[in-house]
Write a protein that binds this ligand. Structure first.
Ligand SMILES: Cc1cc2nc3c(=O)[nH]c(=O)nc-3n(C[C@H](O)[C@H](O)[C@H](O)COP(=O)(O)OP(=O)(O)OC[C@H]3O[C@@H](n4cnc5c(N)ncnc54)[C@H](O)[C@@H]3O)c2cc1C
Length: 474
């Protein structure tokens, strides 16, 4: 039984974000805190990103930057070493890229070790079930599950993460989250992938690994592919150097200029590489990485119309430079393109006419007016994760929205939250009971979607939660 003065926190969602937050809440054994994670799937700790069992699906961030704890950067690498996992191909040091499955095992082991070895003042409970609603009460919050059970806490944190958009193509569609053979994709099928980002890359690797022989076409508005990682000399940027609150066009010019070494500001930062005096490579990657600590502040310094312009015109460029692939993944993709099996098109699908098996698709290449036709057996939508809040199928988000306890952020890419991660109700007041972390909060934090950013957000929320007197509010 929890003691009267225990803080009770319920986390909705046991993906990476839920696990990282629980670890932060339980980090100091002297804090009295009871944490409950409610997770609807059988695989708590994995979420959408780390459920894959395909060894070809590598992390797109180096091991050295994937620790659960920002102040212990070697934590994940040490765990790998302790479990003899540091010897895989291409994995000589912490700067390598390992299968995402290994990261899933790391998260699961964090979850289980915290459950088994909490201090006497603490507990971590795992509840298998789907959260249906959150009801603020005078004493805290009632968390109701779809099976009718209830849990009580002082605060609840939404960590429901990435929601895959529904498949629009019925039997002609295949989910990128399922192995191709399981989804009925035959080895000689012509496959159309809508999207050309990291999910497309994963899916192409899945097809190739399954021995796919048929043609694979990937189509996206600009046809841009994620750039590969490289070892580069880190660059240190000072906050005073970063142009916060400027026009997007000025910001992008500035970025190109810094990437080009400040010498030729009009050169294209997207292709510029140069060598520093010590012989190490310095290129745009150093700049994009150096911006990481300032990304949220830059985003917040732009007015809403500028954010929308950025999403419309610059997001695709930003994403392919910011969210890069492991070099070995890039090499496999480029080889399949060079061999003619994968074709990447900049353009837009115009119509999809169902056939007895598959569909006839018409599309227009970027900048062209005439349509072309493609006959495909399967269409795989890889246009990113995340759906507008109003379209969410998640019962707890639908319920909170319906009761006016949450609202979409002004840009419409997540939940409206305060800088302290408190959700904001339809009428505008910030909740002192319901919080949100991770991808749900990207409207305010923008890059709160990758582990290096999520872990910082979770550490800050945990610190505030433990510092607050939740009990006094009863
Ligand atoms: C394919 C892919 C690859 C990625 N690779 C990397 C990488 O290499 N490095 C990196 O830093 N980042 C990577 N990311 C980004 C990042 O790690 C994820 O965005 C992060 O895992 C988010 O975790 P999450 O727990 O917030 O969301 P999710 O992974 O979506 O997990 C949310 C969890 O909440 C549960 N849930 C949802 N609703 C309810 C409910 N009502 N009741 C109960 N449970 C519920 C779900 O079942 C799920 O388990 C990747 C993302 C994707 C999609």
């Amino acid at each position: 039984m929890p003691a009267e003065d225990d803080r009770r926190v319920v986390i909705i969602g046991g993906g990476a974000t839920g696990v990282l937050l629980a670890c932060q809440l339980l980090r100091d054994p002297d804090h009295r805190v009871q944490v409950t994670i409610v997770e609807k799937s059988a695989n708590a700790g994995l979420g959408l990103a780390y459920s894959t069992r395909n060894p070809q699906h590598l992390l797109n961030v180096r091991v050295s930057n994937m620790s659960a704890f920002v102040d212990q950067p070697e934590h994940f690498w040490n765990w790998m070493t302790a479990h003899n996992l540091q010897t895989g191909p291409g994995c000589g040091d912490a700067f390598c890229f390992v299968p995402r499955e290994i990261y899933g095992r790391y998260l699961t082991s964090l979850l289980h070790s915290h459950r088994a070895e909490c201090s006497p003042r603490q507990a971590l409970h795992l509840v298998r079930g789907e959260c249906a609603s959150l009801l603020p009460t005078r004493r805290g919050i009632e968390v109701k599950l779809t099976d009718g059970s209830s849990h009580f806490a002082h605060i609840a944190v939404l960590a429901t993460g990435n929601e895959a958009p529904p498949d629009a193509h019925g039997p002609r569609g295949a989910s990128p989250w399922q192995e191709p053979r399981q989804a009925g994709v035959e080895p000689d099928d012509a496959v159309l992938i809508v999207g050309s980002g990291l999910t497309m890359v994963d899916y192409v690797l899945s097809l190739l690994q399954a021995g796919h022989r048929g043609p694979i076409t990937a189509i996206s508005r600009r046809g841009l592919l994620p750039r590969p990682h490289r070892s580069v000399t880190p660059l240190r940027l000072d906050a005073a150097d970063v142009p916060f609150g400027t026009e997007i066009s000025y910001f992008l010019r500035w970025l190109r200029g810094v990437a080009a070494g400040g010498v030729t500001p009009d050169q294209d930062w997207r292709s510029q590489d140069s060598h520093s005096q010590d012989g190490h490579l310095q290129d745009w990657r150093s700049v994009v990485d150096a911006l990481r600590p300032f990304t949220a502040e830059i985003w917040q310094s732009w007015p809403d119309p500028a954010k929308r312009r950025f999403l419309r015109h610059a997001r695709a460029f930003w994403d392919v430079h910011r969210h890069r692939t492991a070099p070995e993944v890039d090499a496999k993709l480029r080889a399949a393109i060079a061999a003619g099996q994968v074709n990447v098109i900049a353009g837009k699908v115009a119509t999809v006419a169902p056939q007895s098996r598959g569909a006839t698709v018409t599309f227009r290449r970027r900048g062209k007016t005439e349509s072309e036709t493609l006959r495909v057996a399967k269409i795989v939508t890889c246009a990113g994760v995340g759906v507008p809040l109003g379209d969410s199928a998640n019962p707890v988000l639908r319920n909170l929205l319906q009761h006016g306890l949450i609202r979409p952020d002004p840009i419409g890419i997540g939940l409206d939250v305060t800088a302290d991660c408190a959700v904001i109700a339809r009428a505008g007041q910030a909740s002192d009971r319901i919080f949100a972390v991770g991808p749900l909060t990207r409207g305010l934090f923008w890059e709160s979607i990758a582990i290096p950013d999520i872990r910082v957000q979770c550490a800050a929320l945990a610190q505030r939660t433990l510092a607050r007197s939740l009990i006094a509010a009863e």
